[in-house]
Write a protein that binds this ligand. Structure first.
Ligand SMILES: CC(C)(COP(=O)([O-])OP(=O)([O-])OC[C@H]1O[C@@H](n2cnc3c(N)ncnc32)[C@H](O)[C@@H]1OP(=O)([O-])[O-])[C@@H](O)C(=O)NCCC(=O)NCCSC(=O)C[C@@](C)(O)CC(=O)[O-]
Ligand SMILES: NC(=O)C1=CN([C@@H]2O[C@H](COP(=O)(O)OP(=O)(O)OC[C@H]3O[C@@H](n4cnc5c(N)ncnc54)[C@H](OP(=O)(O)O)[C@@H]3O)[C@@H](O)[C@H]2O)C=CC1
Length: 424
């Protein structure tokens, strides 16, 4: 069945009809995404096995971003977020990107690193070299912990050793660099780090302390780029303003934090929808946003291409998996993976990265033109209406008045609701 991510009028359908339209466009069965319906989603018994002291289940809205083309293929993207306008903005940017072919992506190998901290080494530089001499022995010891991973083509690729000087002492820190294939990899590399720690400390001549992965996953990077057509954006002036807006984020940490928050609006929503670890991805992204000179900067770059369009690109660590964590357990996460049609963790990582770039572009474009409030607040108006007690039947009328009056505020919503109920 042909797959398309262009579904016109999706916003106007009922939730049930939307699910049908999405399944049909994606070429998957309705049953395979039925878990998006809370009635078929995560049940309390399963939840009780996932974390501790379970007392309930928190629902988060799951929307579908349309219009995405990634490496020439259309893809419909599940996004779990509580924030209005995020899904619309990603779909909006993807619609503009598809004019010039959509997003192109690539990634490094799926290598995660675990650190083993060794304290009390009298000669840390020599200890570092002794560990490197023992590379093969340590790799064999680590690989023996996870024969299944090795069977899948993964396992330890190398060992790096650093000498880290701190205010409390000098540490020899061994890094196990492990190809974790389709796993996020935390459990896999932590097991390996714990298994080699004692022997590594013996070789270095000290005592092992911490044995844990690093969330600075800089050997597991995904990249995406797209060209946003100048004419579709409103011409050369708009392009220049978008580039100035992105340049401020490159130069100024205060702006960079907000710019990167916009990127994470997209990234975290897909990471959550697929049952992956949002904190791991967020820690990796923000650590990657620090330049070699120590400046916190933007994760994306916007330039003008030779034809005057915006050439946007991003590189970000993307430690996500298909086999571990909640991905395999949570029924809605499994449905999200089915909808995406991805077969490897790397494919998933690259789509997530493309969504981050789209999200970023939509926000920066809005900021560099009409400002964020018109698009964002008009969608947020429905939340304000619900907050003041409007019923689902009353919400559209209250939201429409809030937008028309250009006053998307709770006090105004209360007034409108009171008037509506008095029949005025
Ligand atoms: C909000 C829009 C998209 C309106 O934009 P618009 O031009 O009024 O929308 P439109 O009605 O012309 O539709 C254009 C496309 O947008 C999508 N779209 C549009 N509306 C909907 C909707 N209701 N439901 C579903 N999809 C929608 C949809 O894809 C549609 O095309 P279609 O596929 O239908 O042919 C635009 O103003 C926008 O992109 N704004 C950016 C909003 C944003 O970034 N929100 C994130 C929250 S703000 C924040 O947290 C981050 C920030 C801003 O601080 C980051 C930073 O500072 O960098
Ligand atoms: N700082 C952090 O970020 C931390 C995160 N975590 C959590 O760790 C979890 C993720 O750990 P992760 O190691 O991914 O999960 P799992 O341990 O659940 O899954 C990884 C295991 O799956 C098996 N496997 C099956 N098929 C494949 C395949 N195709 N590719 C790779 N492995 C395969 C492997 O061997 P086998 O079957 O032999 O196990 C592998 O070790 C998340 O829940 C995360 O929140 C935990 C600690 C710290």
């Amino acid at each position: 069945m042909p797959r398309t991510s262009r579904i016109q009028g999706l916003r106007d359908l009922s939730v049930e009809a939307r699910r049908e339209a999405v399944a049909e466009a994606a070429g998957v069965t309705s049953a395979s995404i039925a878990a998006f319906d809370p009635a078929n989603g995560l049940g309390i018994e399963l939840a009780d096995h996932m974390i501790e002291n379970v007392a309930g289940i928190l629902g988060v809205p799951l929307g579908i971003a349309t219009n995405f083309v990634v490496n020439g293929a259309d893809v419909l993207v599940p996004m779990a977020t509580e924030e209005a306008s995020v899904v619309a903005a990603a779909s909006n940017a993807a619609k503009i990107a598809r004019i010039r072919g959509g997003f192109s992506t690539s990634s490094t190998a799926t290598v995660m690193q675990a650190q083993v901290q060794i304290v009390g080494v009298a000669d840390p530089e020599a200890g570092r070299v002794r560990l490197l001499e023992a590379r093969d022995e340590l790799i064999a010891l680590a690989d023996a912990q996870d024969p299944k991973l090795v069977e899948f083509g993964g396992g330890v690729r190398d060992i790096a050793v650093r000498v880290v000087r701190s205010r409390a002492g000098t540490y020899v820190v061994a890094h196990l660099q492990v190809d974790v294939r389709d796993a996020m990899g935390a459990n896999a590399v932590n097991t390996m780090a714990e298994a080699i720690a004692e022997r590594a400390a013996e070789i270095a001549g000290g005592n092992s302390l911490l044995r844990i992965l690093t969330n600075k996953a800089d050997l597991r990077l995904s990249r995406a780029r797209a060209v946003f057509d100048a004419e579709a954006l409103g011409g050369a002036g708009v392009v220049d303003d978008i580039i100035h807006a992105a340049a401020l984020a490159e130069a100024d940490p205060y702006r960079a934090a907000t710019h990167n928050k916009g990127i994470m609006n997209g990234i975290s929503a897909v990471v959550l929808a697929t049952g992956n670890d949002t904190r791991a991805v967020e820690a990796g992204a923000h650590s990657h946003a620090v330049s070699a000179a120590g400046l916190y900067t933007s994760l994306s770059r916007f330039e003008k291409d030779a034809d005057g369009n915006v050439a946007a690109s991003i590189e970000v660590p993307m430690p996500v998996g298909l086999v571990g964590g909640a991905t395999k357990i949570h029924p809605a996460a499994r449905a999200a993976i089915t909808l995406l049609g991805v077969g490897t963790a790397a494919e998933l990582a690259e789509i997530i990265t493309a969504v981050g770039l789209a999200q970023n572009f939509a926000a920066v474009r809005a900021l560099a033109t009409e400002g964020i409030q018109r698009g964002h607040m008009s969608l947020h108006a429905r939340n304000i209406a619900s907050t003041v007690g409007a019923t689902p039947r009353e919400v559209p009328a209250v939201a429409a008045r809030l937008i028309a009056d250009k006053a998307v505020r709770a006090d105004h919503a209360e007034r409108i609701l009171a008037e509506l109920r008095q029949g005025r």
